[in-house]
Write a protein of this length. Structure first.
Length: 257
């Protein structure tokens, strides 16, 4: 069987990476539409787009696969079909095989982070990562076609990974290794730190309100006030924090609380 593009029903604008930058994902005889769809979703999460399917069980396309992709249909639309692993990897320069068990083959064994570091170091080459059948994985003969093995540091009490989970871990490791793992947002302060003048004004307003409410025992007033100032200092208040506190104090004193 020669490779062919699958047909999609709606174009999707995505950022495509040239061959040799991102690894190709090869699923060997996948059975469930849900697993293929979730694999496409996992790939799209981390910027992978080249999906190859070797003899998917019960034909292709599969009912429900697009729904399971949760919008990552551009990966499915560009997926290619192959009749054998040898055909699927024919144009690749370096191939990795994923497996959860030792195969008795003299190959280097990588964790995902190490494997994707190797991929990044081979920039300009076409790299493929093979994932096996849901129930039995890759055969020993299929593993023998790979240059190295990727396995996952899972708990020995429960080593089984869903197909899409394994692809997700590899995709995450590739994005980290390639320097593309930028967080979509940060927790940086949107308001500058409060000035000393603003803090002193807050202290004055707070202490006046507490005085008016009879909060301080007379003999401990200064000690408690200093402790509260220290507490507010530890909070590293921003200008917005101070404005919020002072607004709350004004509302409380207006209502005589």
């Amino acid at each position: 069987m020669t490779s062919r593009d699958t047909q999609g029903d709606a174009p999707r604008k995505v950022t495509e990476l040239p061959p040799g930058l991102a690894p190709t994902v090869i699923l060997v005889e996948p059975q469930l539409a849900e697993n293929i769809g979730m694999t496409a979703r996992a790939m799209a999460n981390f910027g992978l787009s080249d999906l190859r399917l070797v003899n998917p069980k019960n034909g292709w396309p599969k009912k429900g696969v697009r729904e399971a992709a949760s919008g990552a249909t551009h990966v499915l639309d560009r997926a290619t079909l192959f009749g054998s692993v040898a055909e699927a990897i024919a144009d690749c320069h370096y191939v990795l095989a994923t497996t959860a068990r030792e195969r008795g083959q003299m190959k280097r064994v990588f964790a995902p982070e190490e494997a994707m570091g190797e991929v990044v170091a081979r920039e300009g080459q076409r790299i493929a990562v093979m994932f096996g059948r849901e129930r039995v994985g890759l055969t020993n003969d299929e593993v023998s076609l790979a240059d190295a093995i990727v396995t996952f540091p899972v708990s020995p009490d429960f080593p089984s990974l869903n197909l899409a989970q394994a692809v997700l871990l590899v995709g995450y490791a590739w994005r980290q290794a390639s320097g593309r793992a930028k967080l979509p947002f940060s927790g940086e302060l949107l308001s500058p730190p409060a000035t000393r003048e603003a803090l002193l004004a807050l202290f004055g307003s707070l202490e006046a309100a507490l005085d008016a409410a009879g909060f301080y025992p007379p003999e401990k007033r200064d000690i408690i006030a200093r402790n509260m100032r220290d507490m507010l200092h530890r909070m590293e208040l921003t200008e917005q924090d101070v404005r919020t506190f002072r607004g709350a104090l004004r509302a409380l004193t207006r209502k005589g609380v």
